[in-house]
Design a protein around this ligand. Structure first.
Ligand SMILES: [Zn+2]
Length: 343
């Protein structure tokens, strides 16, 4: 009688499937990788073959160059693909554009590796679909009952209100380059903000890709100050009251100091923790996460009702304990190498 661990097990390279001889989201180069989504901690270059959704493959090529692997294969949503007798299929995870949960079926067992996921509305990602399974592998980034994300639209409205309250000040929004930045921009548009939005150069290719995929981000301009008459960019005064979006790393450097009296904003689930906002010098924290909060994690487990839950990357203990109290077998996987690039 085969056990679940015969189908998928944690290894130093990441989750490994012995009968199919493949890894899911390997943290070191392997022969055959199945990749859930394009964040750098899950999607790494250097694997021989990669199977992922079309959008995830495109994102990997944008970030790492076309030679990020030797051969790639597209997994269409729900398409059943057989690898050495193991059947795999990709299902939307709601985390970022193209993000997938991977269902692995073999010998009558069904295990879902959900990668990173969220349940909340996101106009820039395919909505999460619950997939019936025996084992549900869940992330645990915000797996403590103190983590309850507020209404996302309310957070975006706070940003718009601040631009009206401080029309002389630039609003500098730190947001991860893949997913969070485009979500903030799209939600600003849906809340009626139609002025040009300025973006840091590091976001340009991904924003262009989202637009090509049909996600309308409105007018985006480079967040550079024009020097000389033919230079691209805006005059310094144009940044007054404007929204400027850049990756969090840009905020520590000179780049951030060119804007007039900036209001420092940061869009992250971690902004729920006041100390983190203070530490980063964030004046306007925007609690916007691409992960489930505590309630969404436990509601998802209750909805899917698997026989077992395997918990990975994050606060594993609290969720394992919650499962035990509900009579669901659960265990931490202790996978290493996942640092939630897109929180
Ligand atoms: Zn992620």
């Amino acid at each position: 009688m085969a056990r679940f661990e015969d189908l998928l097990r944690p290894t130093p390279e990441g989750l490994y499937c012995p009968p199919g001889d493949f890894h899911i989201d390997p943290v070191r180069p392997v022969a055959r990788a199945l990749v859930t989504h394009g964040h750098a901690d899950h999607a790494r270059p250097g694997n021989r073959t990669v199977l992922a959704t079309r959008r995830t493959l495109a994102i990997m090529a944008l970030r790492y160059g076309e030679d990020f692997c030797e051969t790639r294969q597209v997994a269409d949503w729900g398409e059943r693909i057989t690898i050495d007798g193991v059947t795999v299929s990709f299902h939307p995870a709601g985390h970022v554009l193209g993000s997938a949960q991977i269902l692995v079926e073999w010998g009558g067992m069904r295990i879902v590796a959900s990668g990173d996921y969220k349940r909340r509305e996101d106009p820039t990602a395919e909505a999460f679909e619950p997939v019936p399974c025996d084992v549900f592998i869940t992330e645990a980034t915000f797996a403590l009952p103190v983590f309850r994300h507020p209404d996302s639209r309310g957070e975006v409205r706070k940003l718009i209100a601040s631009t009206r309250q401080f029309p002389e000040r630039a609003h500098l929004v730190g947001a991860y380059a893949l997913g969070k930045a485009q979500r903030v921009i799209r939600m600003l548009r849906e809340e009626g903000y139609d002025a040009p939005i300025f973006i840091h150069g590091a976001l340009k290719r991904l924003c262009d890709f989202y637009q090509e995929e049909g996600i309308d981000l409105g007018e985006l301009r480079p967040a550079t100050i024009a020097r000389g008459k033919d230079a691209e960019g805006a005059a310094k005064g144009e940044f007054a009251g404007a929204v400027i979006v850049g990756p969090p790393s840009a905020f520590a450097d000179k780049w951030a100091r060119r804007f007039p009296d900036p209001v420092s904003c940061f869009a992250s689930g971690w902004m729920r923790v006041r100390g983190r906002a203070r530490q980063r010098g964030v004046e306007l924290p925007l609690i916007l996460s691409d992960h489930c909060d505590w309630d969404e994690l436990v509601e998802t487990i209750a909805e899917i009702a698997p026989q077992e839950v395997w918990v990975t990357h994050g606060r594993e203990e609290a969720l394992v304990r919650w499962c035990a109290l509900k009579g669901v077998r659960a265990r931490p996987l202790h996978l290493v190498g996942y640092e939630d690039e897109g929180d």
